[in-house]
Design a binder for this molecule. Structure first.
Ligand code: ATP
Ligand code: MG
Length: 486
């Protein structure tokens, strides 16, 4: 009896050992996924004890969504940027879920959800101010060529790709390997089809599939490459990097509203300076801001430091504010980016004999209208850009009678910030920036003294300019021409 039990134990243990050895031998033999992982996806499951993604850093609501879907028999994973960021110990901006449930099935499971469908059909599950986006696994469009559901433009751009697929398909249609990782809430493992974990470890941005084809399918992927390179401090893999400089022109076909959204992500995510430098380096800035790019090239040729300095200073200030969780407005950035082309055009108009005020107004309108052909600027922001520019002349001029009303102007703060930025970037504004800083810091009495001092300075300057001539009082419009604005 004893020897019979021992024999069974030995056989079972032997079996387990043989199974374990075979499994590891297969693993060692398994070929590494190639760059074009789409042709040969390899699924690797990284167990909880082999990766740093901790449930503690995952939004409870996101976990609720995947757990609920799992409990109803569906597959559901956290996917994309959130898994990548958790791997890198960064705070994800938002949590996305991928599932094999259809949008309608997801919608039915969550009362607090709504179906949305601009480019793709998605479900937004709402928890107060937090929104979890749930997408059904989608497939590569090539596998469905000829079907009604997937369309391409002549340049190869995907126009519509709402084609459902398997989890593997879903991974392969994502942009970068590091964005194609899935977190499984059932066993806390990470599922990797494209060697994304290796790329995370080495800080590599690698486009899944053939880079040229994938940039043609969606040229915005080039901007995303720059954005992630700046945000994550990653380096593009050579094949991912190489075509970018030649394909920037494809961005001209992208709807201007989508480019506006992308610009906000590029320049208002706290890494604006680095992103701007990379955009210029990879020749992607010109298709987004052609007039500004032209000004920057001219400035470079003439060794003019002010034009790039204003842009860099505005981005630095935006980056600082983002890090301090203070609000930022696109108007401020657009005002800085388009300032130099606007001033150049205004000067050309003045050279043609147009008086300064109409010249600046016309230049502002033309530059904004031209920019809107490339990236849209929603009206509330373009109006604010114009207000910021319009107030510059008045802030520089500091007419004593207008000080009070200028400080009450709804766009005073943004215009003042812009004035200070211009001073910081080397424009000589005769100390106007510091003066406006001081007047905001003193009490009513101090303010009264500053304005009085300003009045007497102006009077004495006037008297020096015109000795012996009694100044005639002349009514001036508040929008008087200003020479300091050029
Ligand atoms: P962020 O931290 O900026 O949110 P993200 O990677 O989450 O970065 P999203 O725009 O939120 O970026 O997209 C979520 C995921 O959707 C990406 O991680 C990627 O897997 C996929 N994705 C987004 N845009 C594209 C695209 N243009 N082509 C292919 N896949 C994309
Ligand atoms: Mg995201």
């Amino acid at each position: 009896m004893f020897s019979y039990t021992t024999a069974i134990v030995v056989i079972v243990l032997g079996g387990i050992l043989i199974f374990w050895l075979m499994r590891n031998r297969n693993k060692a033999k398994r070929p590494q996924p190639t760059v074009d992982a789409r042709n040969d996806p390899q699924k690797t499951v990284i167990p909880r004890d082999k990766h740093p993604v901790s449930r503690r850093n995952i939004s409870d609501n996101a976990l609720k969504v995947i757990n609920r879907l799992n409990s109803q028999g569906y597959e559901a994973y956290l996917v994309g940027g959130c898994v990548r960021d958790l791997y890198l110990d960064l705070h994800p901006k938002d949590f996305d879920v991928a599932t094999n449930a259809s949008p309608e099935e997801v919608r039915k499971l969550f009362r607090n959800s709504r179906l949305i469908g601009r480019r793709f059909k998605l479900v937004h599950v709402l928890f107060g101010r937090e929104m979890i986006e749930v997408a059904t696994f989608r497939a590569q469009h090539e596998q469905h060529h000829g079907q009604d559901k997937s369309h391409h433009s002549e340049s190869g751009r995907i126009l519509r790709d709402n084609v459902y697929g398997t989890m593997e398909d879903d991974a392969m249609r994502r942009d970068f390997t590091v964005n194609a990782l899935y977190y499984d809430g059932r066993d806390f493992s990470v599922v990797d089809f494209c060697n994304g974990v290796d790329d995370i470890r080495t800080g590599t941005l690698r486009l899944i599939g053939d880079p040229v084809t994938r940039y043609h399918e969606d040229p915005v992927r080039m901007l995303r490459a720059i954005r992630f390179a700046a945000k994550l401090n990653f380096t593009m893999a050579p094949e991912t990097e190489q075509p970018v400089r030649e394909l920037g022109h494809l961005l001209r076909d992208i709807p201007s509203a989508r480019l506006f959204d992308e610009i906000l992500k590029l320049l208002q995510s706290g890494h604006g300076v680095r992103t701007f430098e990379l955009l210029r380096e990879y020749q992607l800035f010109a298709p987004l801001f052609p007039a500004t790019d032209h000004s920057l090239n001219e400035a470079l040729a003439q060794q003019d430091q002010q034009t790039p300095a204003l842009i860099i200073e505005s981005l630095k200030s935006t980056d600082r504010r983002v890090k301090q969780h203070r609000p930022v407005t696109p108007a401020f950035l657009f005002a800085a980016l388009l300032w130099s082309p606007m001033k150049r055009l205004a000067q050309e108009l003045m050279d043609q004999g147009i008086p300064p005020i109409p010249a600046f107004q016309q230049a502002a309108m033309t530059v904004i209208t031209n920019q809107c052909h490339h990236t849209s600027i929603p009206r509330r922001f373009s109006m604010m850009v114009r207000d910021i520019w319009d107030l510059q002349a008045r802030l520089e001029r500091r007419q004593p009678k207008l000080i009070e009303s200028l400080m009450e102007h709804p766009k005073f703060r943004a215009a003042y910030d812009f004035l200070v930025l211009r001073e910081q970037s080397g424009e000589n504004l005769s100390g106007a920036g510091q003066w406006w800083t001081d007047i905001q810091e003193v009490d009513d009495h101090g303010r009264f003294s500053m304005v009085r001092e300003l009045s007497s300075q102006i009077a004495s300057q006037g008297a020096q300019k015109k000795p012996g001539i009694k100044r005639r009082r002349r009514r001036r419009k508040p929008h008087s021409p200003d020479s300091g604005n050029d």
